[in-house]
Ligand binder design. Sequence first.
Ligand code: ZN
Length: 369
Amino acid sequence: MKCYVCDAEITVANETEEHIIINAAGGRLKSKDLICSKCNSDFGETIDSLLAKQLNNLANMLMIKRHRGEPQPIVGEKQSTGEKYILEVGGKPKLTKPTIDKIVDGDKTNISITARSEKELREILTGIAKKHPHFDVEEAMKSAQWREEYFEEALHFQNVIGGNEVFRAVCKCATNFFIYSKGDASQIKHLIPYIKGEEDKEVVWMHYQENLYELKPEESLHIIHLVGKKDERVLYCYVDYFNTYKYLVLLSDNYDGQDIKATYCFDLINITPIEKEIILDYNRETVLDFFINKDAKPFEKVKKSFDHSIALGLKRQDDHQRGELLERAIQNSLGKYPDGVLITEGMLNEAIEEIMKNITPYLLRRMKK
Ligand SMILES: [Zn+2]
């Protein structure tokens, strides 16, 4: 087996599991028979990391589970104040940094601190104590007030879609899938300099056609659909991330390999591959025409696709938050008793009270919406 990018023989020494759809976006399909570890790490640092960055907002919002690690936090901005917040997975906003305000009043200095956690506050106070030996960290910790509130204002964050480097990463996803589907590497050899960024080509474009497949409201999928037609000498691949970022890749307009048709569809919510019918079977002329007369304004369609993902993401965050609130209420009440203790009516009442205390602000906020 040879690396289809650099032709190096793949051995135990340089083998690697290449994710056909990047791991950062929750891709699970992988193979050791595609590329060598050097090519894998070169792409990982360049085009794949840029694609990952673009797909991260949705991976975060949808709380996608990955092979390794969690989606990165998103940075958003409150428009009224310009304050920056980070959104961790699960949708909880946090300040991007703590604030420290000093007011000098005669020989006294008042310091007001907003910290994001107890640990952070303690670090800041310890820093102050180093400069001011009389400062009592424990006393200050005791006087701190903790506040948690719901956000009344929407956070704004930017979404970028496409770009040359990202198109290259999408093209690699398609070539990966072609080789994985037992395609002949010589048929896509001409794309290697393009994927490596050594040459420009017009072989990837956004592709938002209606009714390519049925999508249920609770579904979020990655889809790859590959078609090769020997008679028509054309090989192309549709790549669709989160039913939102959708691309067509022209793998060859001079294809003379075997007829090929392969679909991969991954259900990101239930973390499993599923069968899905993709109604996308173009003839040569239609495919080439997508690249000659490029859809210059797909933005309305892009927005519609985003709407689906964002609605699903908000619902998932909401369910997650409710679960967390309940768990916290139980921890704060019943959780403090040792395991196996008999639950009395008093303890139960305490639990109910704690649940009401935690859930009420959440319910009030929902009613306001
Ligand atoms: Zn290689």
